[in-house]
Design a protein around this ligand. Structure first.
Ligand SMILES: Cc1cc2nc3c(=O)[nH]c(=O)nc-3n(C[C@H](O)[C@H](O)[C@H](O)COP(=O)(O)OP(=O)(O)OC[C@H]3O[C@@H](n4cnc5c(N)ncnc54)[C@H](O)[C@@H]3O)c2cc1C
Length: 387
């Protein structure tokens, strides 16, 4: 990926973060006619959670905001190759997500989510154990009770998907600077005035915080407290083998997800609860727990060799739904708090934030995505389906 040349002294909008959110926001704004957009990335594009994620795409959520964002994003991904005029392959594989219930109680709670998903037009079905075994025959029948399945869920290749947004943004005139770190944000009164980087100062009245796991830090630079924290989540990939599993398999009880990529490798991760922080180190404890839990549910996985493991940051919000919002500082906007599912929501993140910035009517209800929703409130609509 190339970096544009001359470093600008001013811009209409500065986007902080060269992950999937930052580039989707850049593309949507540029597509709507905004000129002089600059994206700043302190390392290489995709070096944050985007290049470290499982890249699963699912619509089976328990909250309306996540369901709607995911459904609309799937519709975007189905046509993304053409929409973004991309000559590579984003590898959108729609072979579904199978979410297993470990017992009848969990199966009963799934019924509520499925009712919501169906009402919103998401074609999730409830499957008996026998039906689930037809979809994924190598599931251990002793390890689960029943399942839900949505056939239009799936998986993307994160690097080409990011590349598609990047190239589409460049062709709309966006300037992208990698290895450029944002150090401070200057305000004049309550208005954004400039973004300070290690390469120079850019005068602007719009700064957009798409800094993923570091969004809280960028918020503080503008004097805004964003109620998010970051956590290391680990993931691994195996050697490639002959294709044997279509859908992503998830268990909330075991806290795992596991899927086979088109290339044949299995990718899997766990939602171990960790202290808040910025480390993305790998641990033996993860490898051990991952191996035990996944082989209980999917025994043949035990025969595969692990090629690599790594970590990345989940940026958690109090209700596990994203924050896509304006802020009390005029010209300062945030897109963060994705709580482990921001890759799949990126098309709608870009669209909604562009609508907020340009004062257009939002394509989806945005109250449940606003920063102000957390003010002195107990959360009524906490997303439960998070690994
Ligand atoms: C192990 C793992 C598995 C996941 N699996 C899935 C999944 O299956 N499906 C899904 O939808 N989501 C998944 N996620 C979540 C998903 O990866 C994120 O929600 C999404 O990538 C967030 O994208 P982003 O662009 O907002 O943030 P990021 O990709 O983190 O990008 C933010 C960027 O900002 C840059 N930055 C930070 N500070 C500065 C600064 N001061 N100056 C300049 N640049 C800065 C960072 O370097 C980074 O590149 C997973 C995450 C992890 C860690």
């Amino acid at each position: 990926m190339k970096t544009s040349d001359a470093f600008p002294k001013k811009a209409t909008a500065v986007i902080i973060g060269g992950g999937i959110s930052g580039l989707s926001i850049a593309w949507h704004l540029a597509k709507k006619g905004m000129k002089d957009i600059v994206v700043l990335e302190k390392s290489y594009l995709g070096s944050g959670a985007t290049g470290r994620c499982g890249a699963g795409i699912r619509q089976q959520w328990s909250s309306e905001a996540n369901c709607l964002m995911a459904k609309k994003s799937v519709e975007f991904f189905e046509k993304a190759q053409d929409t973004l005029k991309y000559d590579g392959d984003i590898q959108f594989k729609q072979e579904g997500y199978l979410i297993v219930a470990s017992d009848k109680d969990e199966a009963d709670t799934f019924k509520e989510s499925v009712k919501l998903q169906n009402r919103l037009g998401i074609p999730t079905e409830i499957l008996s154990k026998k039906e689930a075994l037809k979809v994924v025959p190598h599931l251990n029948p002793e390890a689960f009770h029943s399942a839900t399945f949505c056939k239009t869920d799936g998986h993307l290749y994160p690097f080409t998907t990011l590349d598609a947004f990047y190239k589409a943004s460049l062709s709309e005139g966006v300037k992208v600077f990698t290895y450029t770190e944002v150090l401070a944000i200057h305000k004049e009164g309550d208005n954004i005035h400039a973004v300070v980087t290690d390469k120079g100062v850019i005068k602007t009245s719009i700064a957009i915080n798409a800094a993923g796991g570091h969004a809280g830090v960028i918020g503080k630079m503008a004097g805004i407290e964003i109620p998010v924290y970051s956590q290391n989540r680990e993931i691994l990939v195996t050697e490639p083998v002959e294709r044997m599993q279509g859908p992503m398999v998830i268990s909330f009880t075991k806290n795992i997800y596991c899927q086979q990529t088109p290339h044949g490798a299995f990718i899997m991760g766990r939602g171990d609860d960790r202290d808040a922080g910025y480390s993305v180190h790998s641990t033996h404890a993860f490898l051990d727990a991952m191996a035990k839990t996944v082989t209980d549910l999917l025994p043949p996985i035990g025969n595969l060799r692990v090629i690599r493991q790594w970590g990345g940051l989940y940026n958690m919000s109090p209700d596990h739904q994203p924050i896509i919002s304006s802020t009390p500082v005029q010209g300062f906007y945030v897109a963060c708090g994705f709580s482990g599912h921001g890759f799949m929501l990126a098309p709608m993140t870009g669209l909604l934030l562009s609508e907020i910035i340009l004062n257009e009517p939002p394509s989806l209800p945005i109250e449940n995505l606003s920063l102000s929703r957390f003010k002195g409130k107990t959360y009524q609509d906490v997303e439960k389906n998070v690994v």
